[in-house]
Design a protein around this ligand. Structure first.
Ligand SMILES: [Zn+2]
Length: 101
């Protein structure tokens, strides 16, 4: 068992586990019920953790999780005409209007 992912919230952790399960990788969520403890503990955020059962699946799991957490729009496109960086979902350059491939 090894931790492969620290989720922002429980829904995020569940998505990660579901995606891994679709590829046949068995994973579990830990700390699922830790948020909202008693007294001072309640102010300390504890992130849900995703753990993979088989050590052999760790690399594949990390790669898969990287993929689902890297939206296409975050990958910039450089304009071939003016060289400005554009968000990945732009069809034409914000600066000069050149069509982006
Ligand atoms: Zn441009």
């Amino acid at each position: 068992m090894k931790r492969v992912y620290l989720a922002a919230n429980l829904a995020d952790a569940q998505i990660a586990v579901d995606v891994l399960a679709m590829r046949g990788i068995r994973a579990h969520i830990f700390n699922a019920n830790a948020v909202g403890g008693l007294g001072e503990l309640a102010t300390t955020q504890i992130w849900p953790e995703v753990w993979v059962e088989e050590d052999a699946d760790i690399e594949a799991a990390k790669q898969l999780l990287d993929e689902i957490h890297a939206p296409a729009s975050a990958i910039g496109k450089r304009c071939p005409q003016c060289g400005e960086e554009n968000p990945g979902n732009f069809l034409s350059c914000w600066n000069c209007g050149q069509a982006l491939s």
